[in-house]
Design a protein around this ligand. Structure first.
Ligand code: ADP
Ligand code: MG
Length: 489
């Protein structure tokens, strides 16, 4: 795999020299679908416990799973978005284990023959881009939920989530730092949201990552990994990697060895803790589920989904750079959420792209963030912001008054052009009026005139005075030129 990132900056210092951190992620993404993977029960979040449970989800004897084609289509779409190989034939296996929230006694998953094979994701960290390999994507069922904090003596089980479709997306061990791991999950989440195959809501647990971490001396063979289960925020993924890498380095440097195990991240304490020693695949006694035929679909099914894919973030970013003249950084900011990119395009269409990007990123996003809003709930619509950009482009208002105008539109609404007219905010380009003000100020301040001739940086004082008189409406360029001429500097 091509590595363009400066790995040297990723090394961690130890007592015995530098260490390289190696990370591979297994991301569980809940498939956006109305019904579960093998039953017609609803997947709606937040329902009363055990209200969305079919007989299949409750594992009643004799019930048979029936594959939900919508979930299959979502997995294929995701595979296409990850530039991955689609397997037109795949197999569902039983992964056997006991847990109170798993009434079947096994999870239906895919082991040797997943629906999606190798793919890739581009990440950007500190200005360099790097390709991270995807090993596979497979479909599986989610389990139910055990609830321990409702009663001092009892635990409860809620099966609403039982049978909900998950995509497990497994990366190669290509990531080399906490930052890269975070960039990977952020990018994967963006792609899933563009595709509409997972809402990426980490707070609801709809996207969570198992974080595999090992350390090695640069150039050495891969070290033994520990797997940190179910980390559910991008920030915690970074913290868990950093803590775990340091823990492993300390153990090895003290003469110990790392034992492969499953750990959990305690975000309150900021540390990882051992849960259990790592189980091996054979512990699960995987075997093909005899209740399900191999999953097969035609190439025409795949092609139809491919023809229907939306423009993805990398392509959109390239197009924004090429057709609106944006910097790579601004383009990345704008494409991070599809709604943001759409808003930007509505503002930029037929206008200066850089001015539009500047207003969307600095004024609008800045203000939205401050008030916990999104473009969907923005008080300023794209057409209103476009109107402001038009008034700047036509030099009808100065940049400073444009910010005041934005504030008025934000708090009071209305058509920017009409507001400017009603409140007399037009920039004064009438040279007669500006000249009269300049003459008056020069005549009233002979001492300052003497100073500015010796020290041209004093010009700002004159600009300020005229601006004050005109209520900030004088065209700054015209004013500067005129002042220089009149003062002979
Ligand atoms: P399992 O299914 O038992 O968890 P896999 O071989 O499928 O094991 O690997 C799971 C994840 O662990 C993958 O994301 C892979 O990239 C990562 N991984 C494998 N070896 C290492 C290693 N030495 N260090 C860090 N991550 C690793
Ligand atoms: Mg695993």
């Amino acid at each position: 795999m091509a590595e363009t990132a400066k790995t040297s900056t990723n090394l961690l210092r130890g007592a015995t020299g530098d260490w390289e951190v190696v990370i591979g992620l297994e991301v569980h993404a809940q498939v956006a679908s109305n019904a579960k993977l093998f039953s017609g029960a609803s997947t709606a979040f937040g329902a009363a416990p055990n209200s969305h449970v079919s007989l299949v989800d409750a594992a009643m004897p004799g019930m048979l799973p029936v594959i939900n084609e919508a979930c299959v289509a979502q997995a294929v779409r995701t595979g296409l978005g990850l530039k991955a190989a689609i397997n037109n034939r795949s197999i569902f296996d039983r992964k056997n284990y006991f847990y109170p929230d798993l009434p079947q006694g096994y999870q239906i998953s895919q082991f040797k023959n997943p629906i999606v094979g190798e793919g890739q994701i581009e990440i950007d960290v500190d200005g360099s881009s790097k390709t991270i390999g995807i090993e596979r994507l497979h479909l599986e069922q989610d389990a139910g939920k055990s609830i321990h904090d409702q009663h001092p003596d009892y635990s409860y089980v809620d099966l609403n989530r039982s049978g909900v479709a998950l995509m497990e997306i497994v990366s190669r061990p290509d990531l080399r730092s906490a930052k890269e791991a975070q960039a990977y999950v952020t990018k994967l989440r963006t792609i899933l949201r563009y595709l509409g195959t997972c809402d990426g809501d980490m707070e609801k647990g709809n996207l969570r990552a198992d974080v595999n971490v090992s350390v090695r001396k640069p150039g050495a063979a891969l070290g033994t990994r520990c797997e940190i289960k179910n980390v559910n925020s991008i920030r915690f993924i970074g913290q868990a990697v950093e803590y775990e890498a340091r823990r492993q380095i300390d153990i090895i440097e003290d003469g110990g060895t790392i034992h492969q195990e499953t750990r959990l991240y305690d975000n309150a304490k900021g540390e990882t803790r051992s849960m259990r020693s790592k189980e091996e695949a054979h512990d699960y006694r995987y075997f093909p589920d005899p209740d399900l035929l191999p999953l097969e679909f035609s190439q025409a099914f795949v092609d139809a989904l491919k023809a229907d894919l939306p423009e993805l973030p990398d392509e959109k970013r390239q197009r924004f750079i090429a057709s609106y003249g944006l910097s790579p950084y601004d383009a990345s900011v704008l494409v991070a959420e599809r709604e943001n990119a759409d808003y930007f395009e509505a503002v930029a269409k037929g206008r200066d792209g850089k001015t539009a990007a500047n207003w969307v990123i600095n004024e609008l996003f800045g203000r939205l963030n401050k008030e916990g809003k999104t473009v969907a709930t923005s008080p300023v619509s794209a057409s209103q912001l476009g109107g402001i950009v038009d008034l700047i482009g036509a030099a009808t208002i100065s940049g400073k008054l444009a910010k005041d105008l934005f504030e008025i539109v934000w708090t009071e609404g209305g058509d920017p052009k009409a507001i400017v007219k009603a409140r007399g905010m037009e920039q004064v380009t009438d040279m007669g009026a500006i000249e009269a003000a300049v003459d008056a100020i020069i005549a009233a301040n002979p001492d300052k005139v003497a100073q500015v001739i010796a020290k041209p940086s004093m010009l700002g004082w004159f600009v300020g005075q005229v601006m004050k008189q005109s209520g900030g409406k004088a065209n700054p360029q015209a004013l500067n030129d005129l002042l220089k001429k009149k003062l002979g500097i």
